[in-house]
Design a protein around this ligand. Structure first.
Ligand code: PLP
Length: 385
């Protein structure tokens, strides 16, 4: 009998050691991690610089609470704001918490406009987290099932459909649009190149906030620091988590302009959020990404993987579509492929299956050697399906 709640269904493998792109299990078998702990360990497992930062900070100071100023938090906030062209930051411990903060900012924006029942538009097939507000924002009935009454009010619109958003411009209660620039959990769904630009125009014309959830797409995953850079826009609110801590729990909600002045003392908080340990770790993550030119690697290896997959799979009748931006990759098949999860594990490769798609989020530091293993193993799995 397990003493753990049954909300997860873990595979029958336990890892005890990680190094770079590889994990080692209790039997000593080595696995190539093409999922990075679901887009978290971008710099690979136990990156020496990150380990050193954690060790040295652990020997200095772990936690003081936000009732006192925290030097590393202030430095990290400045660095993130400079990178993202934002004004200020709230730190929590996860993506869901970052999005909770964003939702609360949207509500305050509504209050400032004397709107009593503020509505946020979010997308069908989106994923924003598992807390009550973020699962209500999430456009997936499975995630919401059993948890009604949901937090009101979110209106779900089709992703990549501008009409679906303009339909709501005559609804005076709408205060914000919240979107992932690329939908991750639903299988790397990439909208039209100018979708976010058009959404921003509508937001600006209607005094709505544009909230971008870059929990998965941010911190280099797509080859830019943030996916919205491809659109040359700056959102009003930007949420980050996953890759920011390389495995240490951290979430960040960044705000700009009017959205940056809505939280006042007492309106929001988190005991652990932004403590010295996580902030020092995140600072070293950003430093390594810059120093080692990781973004260039993401672009180069992303292209390498895609051309490798295309070369081998373009004539496969089993493949519907290959979708990718940087190292965020999905291969959609024409049939159920859930069985590939354990088959990949048998071949010592970690990946994810979402719907009928194989999803890959390899570490941002992968080399062509690992990329070749990923290409060959995934193609074999598809062939044998
Ligand atoms: N938002 C997006 C886009 C995500 O992909 C996720 C997690 O997969 C979340 C939010 C939730 O993040 P967390 O699990 O850290 O709460």
């Amino acid at each position: 009998m397990s003493y753990l709640m049954s909300n997860y269904a873990p595979l029958e493998v336990t890892f005890t050691k990680g190094e770079g792109c590889y994990l080692t299990d209790t039997k000593g078998d080595k696995y190539l991690d093409a999922l990075s702990g679901v887009g978290v360990v971008g710099l690979g497992h136990c990156h020496p610089a990150i380990t050193k930062a954690i060790q040295s900070q652990a020997g200095e100071l772990l936690h003081t609470s936000n009732w006192y100023r925290i030097e590393h938090q202030e430095t990290l906030a400045k660095k993130l704001c400079q990178l993202a062209n934002m004004d200020n930051v709230f730190f929590g411990n996860s993506g869901a918490e970052a999005n909770e903060a964003a939702i609360k900012i949207a509500r305050l924006h509504g209050r400032s406009r004397n709107i009593d029942n503020p509505i946020i538009l979010t997308a069908n097939q989106s994923f924003h987290g598992r807390t009550m507000a973020t699962l209500s924002a999430t456009g997936n009935a499975k995630v919401q099932s059993g948890f009604a009454p949901l937090v009101s009010e979110f209106i779900h619109v089709d992703f990549n459909d501008i009409e679906a958003i303009t339909t709501h411009t005559n609804n005076a209660d709408v205060v914000a649009v919240m979107l992932e620039p690329i939908q991750g959990e639903s299988g790397v769904i990439i909208p039209a190149d100018d979708y976010l630009n058009q959404v921003q125009k509508i937001c600006q014309a209607n005094n709505w906030l544009l909230i971008l959830d870059e929990v998965q797409t941010g911190i280099g995953r797509t080859g830019a620091w943030f996916a919205h850079e491809y659109n040359n826009i700056t959102p009003d609110v930007l949420t980050l988590a996953k890759g920011l801590g390389n495995g240490v729990p951290i979430g960040a909600c960044l705000a700009k302009g009017k959205a940056a002045s809505l939280f006042t003392p007492g309106t929001h908080g988190s005991t652990f959020g932004g403590n010295p340990l996580v902030c020092k770790t995140a600072l070293s993550v950003l430093e390594v990404i810059e120093k080692d030119q990781i973004l260039d690697n993401v672009t180069e290896l992303g292209e390498y993987l895609i051309s490798g997959f295309k070369a081998k799979l373009s004539s496969s009748s089993k493949v519907v579509e290959i979708r990718a931006k940087g190292l965020m990759i999905a291969i959609e098949l024409n049939s159920d492929c859930a069985s590939l999860l354990t088959k990949a594990l048998d071949k010592k490769l970690l990946l994810n299956i979402t719907g009928q798609s194989i999803r890959l989020l390899p570490p941002l530091i992968i080399t062509k050697t690992e990329a070749d293993i990923i290409i060959n193993t995934v193609c074999e799995l598809i062939e044998d399906l």
